[in-house]
Write a protein that binds this ligand. Structure first.
Ligand SMILES: [Zn+2]
Length: 462
């Protein structure tokens, strides 16, 4: 009897171990099938970085951005298009991890979890992907960046479609450079799409956040006046207004339109460190939850708590340790345009194909409430006022459309030219675009970054 008990226990043990093994295998297949299918021993799809038989990539107008023939991967016939769209499309090296060819390698290979790739080519899903980007707009932005390091993003704040996503430096995927010690400076950060993966010191574009916090926390902000003598000593290290300007006595809205550092240093201290951080976090700072389709958007940083009034003053004018991602800034502008709710950006068009739906996600992530409708409405007025300043004072035009905006000129070090920013949105039913451009060491934002947005949006509007 005892022997039978022992044997039946042993059989039970073997059975349970076997079932556990099957379950573990099943779980591993579900979790890791994407990596396994791209292994080199899968020779039928692993040529040309797994792209030898990959589907076509189209822009929104049906222009072919990439395709495969005889096991080789080819790109647009036009070199400027190839360079402008490198960070969106990617290349066979797959070094640009956020590019479509890296992120959606399996979908492009026609690989599907249910049917695998072990079917004849004629029966495989074609794996074509259609993007939301407009290659004319990307080319125009790339040309306008004029060889500077930077980023330009434009997206439809009603639908979330990303129309322009350009990052520099770039290279020609049809003629990949060999990066050596001699030329590595030229290609510094070349594998990052600055639109989604980088953060920069925001400078005065952060005043949008400080202004939102002021509106929400200082009840009489509109009846206050701020006197600017060109510099402010009260908080320790001297804070100066740009270009030696002296703005004199101003209202809150005038201080925003003038981008007065002295007034905003004072305003940041009136708000207080906790409240300013709270507003920044509601607008998405210190969070990595945003995505463009499945592509992660880098975390913007804001924190001046426990560091005293000087740090708080500098942080309120977008300096200190502040860092902002360009697409995140465009999302904040979309929230202002939409009455407080930011539209989630996406890059892959949903074609409605069932097989594609099983394998890929256009991932139109939920929209994000960033501020109250009344705060959004007040920011609209402030940003419209600033835009009028740029239009009348500096001749800035954004494809001849009405727009609301803020420029920024971020100091990044004694021996470097400042980083320039331009963020905002167009007020136009047919062309509802939120935008952000960054030009590293570009000089003043109003001069360096506004032409990039004008070029990108002119290509969309005409
Ligand atoms: Zn000033």
């Amino acid at each position: 009897m005892k022997r039978i008990m022992t044997r039946s226990l042993a059989i039970w043990f073997v059975t349970i171990a076997f079932l556990a093994g099957i379950i573990l295998l099943g779980v591993r297949v579900i979790l890791y099938h994407n990596q396994w299918v791209q292994q080199p021993f899968n020779g039928h799809i692993a040529s040309a970085g797994g792209l030898g038989k990959a589907g076509k990539i189209y822009d929104r107008d049906g222009n072919v951005l990439a395709y495969s023939e005889n096991g080789e991967r080819y790109y647009s016939d036009d070199q400027t298009t190839r360079e402008a769209l490198l960070h969106v499309v990617g290349d066979e090296s797959l070094n640009i991890s956020t590019a479509v060819q890296s992120m959606y390698n399996n979908s492009l290979s026609g690989y599907n979890f249910l049917i695998g790739v072990a079917v004849p080519d004629s029966l495989r899903p074609n794996g074509d992907l259609k993007l939301t980007v407009d290659s004319d707009s990307c080319r125009a932005a790339y040309t306008a960046l004029g060889g500077h390091k930077g980023a330009c993003v434009v997206y439809n704040y009603k639908t979330g479609e990303v129309l322009c996503d350009v990052s520099t430096p770039t290279y020609d995927p049809a003629n990949r450079p060999v990066i050596t010690e001699e030329n590595e400076k030229e290609y510094d950060g070349v594998y990052l799409d600055n639109v989604v993966s980088s953060t920069f010191t925001p400078g005065s574009v952060f005043k949008i956040v400080t202004a939102a916090a002021a509106i929400e926390n200082i009840p009489d902000i509109d009846s206050r006046t701020f006197t600017c003598n060109g510099e402010l000593e009260g908080f320790g290290e001297t804070i100066r207004c740009a270009d030696g300007e002296v703005h004199g006595e101003q209202s809150f809205s005038q201080a925003f339109a003038n981008s007065c550092n002295c007034a905003f240093a004072e305003i940041a201290n009136l708000i207080g460190e906790e409240k300013l951080k709270e507003t920044a976090e509601k607008m998405g700072f210190n969070s990595d939850r945003f995505r463009m389709s499945d592509i992660p958007i880098a975390k913007s940083h804001y924190d001046a708590t426990g560091q005293g009034s000087n740090a708080l003053a500098w942080s309120g004018i977008g300096q200190h340790e502040d860092l902002a991602n360009p697409l995140h800034m465009a999302m904040i502008c979309s929230a202002v345009a939409n009455g407080g709710t930011a539209t989630s950006p996406y890059l892959l068009q949903d074609t409605g194909n069932l097989l594609e739906k099983l394998g890929i996600h256009t991932n139109k992530a939920g929209n994000v409430e960033m501020m109250s409708p009344s705060t959004a409405s007040r920011l609209q007025t402030l940003m419209r006022g600033a835009a009028e300043n740029y239009a009348y004072g500096y001749g800035v035009s954004i494809a001849g459309l009405n727009f609301c905006a803020k420029t920024g000129t971020a100091e990044v070090g004694e021996d470097k030219a400042p980083t320039s920013w331009f963020v905002g949105y167009t007020e136009d039913e047919a062309h509802p675009y939120a935008f952000a451009a960054v030009v590293v060491e570009g000089g003043y934002g109003v001069e360096a970054a506004t032409p990039v947005i004008d070029a990108a949006i002119s290509a969309l509007a005409y």
